[in-house]
Design a protein around this ligand. Structure first.
Ligand code: NDP
Length: 487
């Protein structure tokens, strides 16, 4: 059976490359090639820039209300096609249908809807300066680029393009080579909704295509989601043309469980924050610090629920709640971290092996894994694994655990479980992280800004402030009196 071949999406339609180069995309749950994609060669890259320039001229000249109406149509189409799009995400990423069906498309649509609503509310300022005055305009940046990771491909494309388009920019998006289809579907939906051709373009390929986007002097901003190491390369490359950057990078986030916490709730948060999307979520609380008075109770319940309630298997089966990792290579990387955990002396509470479920025997599964007796120096406690591997540590002093939680170069997220509201706020205010939860973990509504402290990121996505990251302020001074000149 021949598989489909998808081309790059430029100026409102699919465009063939000239090199003929393609790459294959596999379903992580079956190891089967499901389609091929043409690489964005130099011809496509030139077309993408020319298309975005044309698109920008049309789109930025429209009123914010006009843009908003069109984007809201795209939101309606996204929601109407939820199941078709969710299935694409399941096949590309290996995540369970029961997640994709209610999260991936919906949270993407929510963010476009949020920024479509905000776009017409963006206003400049006016201030008198004596008899003269100045006013400011919020103008779009021009052509923005997005580079996405593979864990939430469609959602990332929506989260980046939503505010960018609402503010009047044109966009060129490069999805991860592992998950390229969702962004193409979004491009088709934008066109169907009435977004002018050229405003949203999709270019395909691996690091070289990403590098071109970061280097191109025709591009005014790059919004990147991916690993810290790649993010540093992107910032360095973007510096060549002094592009604006937004960086959504990795984390090694702490969850602090105090002895007055609702332990069942804390276990729920720990499991969601390590096993949802089979552990491939940037904000995951992979370091769980549990107070010594409740440590045994916590790990007993965690072990029971992990072994009883997690169902790995064919991700399209609605009963399955735990999917396959993105690739064989990533599965092996996660397994190598598990081996390091064992060799450095952590106790394996549960998991620690590859899985081969009957309904998906060739998938890249790793069992939900919990290590206890972890110490701060262990590799599994220090490095982002991006898989279903939880490290549990014990503490007995508030100040000490805050210090330990902050002792990392990363600062994406953090959480606190405690019924003492004074303590919960006192502690969370001292944690060095951009996305924090109290008695909750992982929720990320469109209204709430998200982004990292320290090496976990630059700038924010979502929330009102993100529109500022996609606009620039023009100040206009207006002289009302004669100029006084010494010349
Ligand atoms: P990578 O950094 O490997 O890749 C991210 C994207 O960058 C991909 O599209 C990749 O292309 C591209 N790329 C690779 N090298 C370059 C380069 N030199 N210049 C420009 N682009 C490049 O991340 P992963 O895809 O492996 O995603 C996992 C990581 O993403 C984790 O660290 C995770 O924490 C982080 N992440 C952060 C989020 C956040 O919001 N903070 C959300 C989701 C994930 P290709 O893959 O096609 O080679």
């Amino acid at each position: 059976m021949t598989t489909p071949v998808y081309q790059n999406f430029i100026n409102g339609h699919f465009v063939a490359n000239q090199s003929g180069e393609t790459f294959a995309v596999k379903n992580p749950a079956t190891d089967a090639v499901i389609y091929h994609v043409e690489v964005a060669d130099e011809f496509i890259q030139q077309q993408a820039i020319a298309s975005a320039k044309q698109g920008f001229a049309i789109w930025s000249a429209m009123t914010a209300v006009e843009r908003s109406r069109i984007l809201l149509k795209a939101v309606t189409l996204l929601r109407e096609r939820n199941d078709e799009l969710a299935k694409i995400e399941v096949l590309d990423t290996g995540k369970p249908w029961q997640e994709a069906e209610c999260v991936d498309v919906q949270t993407g649509a929510d963010v476009i809807e949020y920024f479509a609503g905000l776009a017409p509310a963006q206003v400049g300022q006016q201030q008198m300066v004596g008899d003269d005055f100045y006013y400011t305009r919020k103008e779009p940046l021009g052509i923005c680029a997005g580079i996405g990771a593979w864990n939430y491909p469609l959602q990332i494309a929506c989260w980046k393009s939503g505010p960018a388009l609402a503010a009047g920019n044109a966009f060129i998006f490069k999805p991860s080579e592992e998950t390229p289809l969702g962004a193409i579907k979004l491009a088709e939906i934008y066109i169907e909704a009435g977004v002018p051709a050229g405003v949203f373009n999709v270019v395909q390929g691996a690091a070289e295509v990403g590098q071109w986007l970061t280097q191109s002097s025709a591009i005014d901003k790059v919004s990147f989601t991916g690993e810290v190491g790649t993010g540093k390369k992107v910032v360095a490359s973007a510096a060549g043309s002094l592009k604006d950057v937004t960086m959504e990078l990795g984390g090694k986030s702490p969850l602090l469980v105090f002895d007055d916490a609702d332990i069942s709730q804390a276990v729920s948060a720990a499991m969601l924050g390590n096993f949802y999307t089979q552990g491939e979520i940037c904000t995951n609380c992979t370091r769980i610090y549990v107070h010594k008075n409740v440590y045994q109770q916590f790990i007993d319940e965690l072990k029971t629920r992990t072994e009883k309630n997690i169902i790995a298997g064919d991700p399209l089966d609605a009963k399955v709640n735990f999917g396959a990792l993105i690739s064989k290579k990533h599965q092996q990387l996660v397994m190598s971290y598990i081996e390091k955990g064992l060799s450095e002396g952590a106790t394996l509470l549960t998991g620690g092996k590859e899985l081969s479920p009957d309904s998906a025997p060739h998938g890249y599964f790793v069992a939900p894994t919990v290590f206890t007796d972890c110490t701060d120096e262990m590799t599994i406690v220090k490095e982002e694994i991006f898989g279903p591997v939880m490290s549990v540590l014990v503490f007995d002093d508030e100040d000490d655990v805050i210090h330990r939680a902050n002792d990392t170069h990363l600062g994406l997220a953090a959480g606190v479980f405690s019924k003492d509201i004074k303590r919960a706020h006192r502690v969370i205010h001292q944690l060095q992280a951009g996305i924090c939860w109290i008695n909750s973990y992982g929720n990320s509504p469109a209204e709430m800004p998200v982004g990292g402290y320290k090496q976990s990121g630059i700038g924010r996505e979502n929330g009102i402030e993100t529109l500022d990251h996609y606009t620039q302020t023009k100040s206009i001074y207006v002289g009302m009196s004669n100029i006084e000149s010494p010349f």
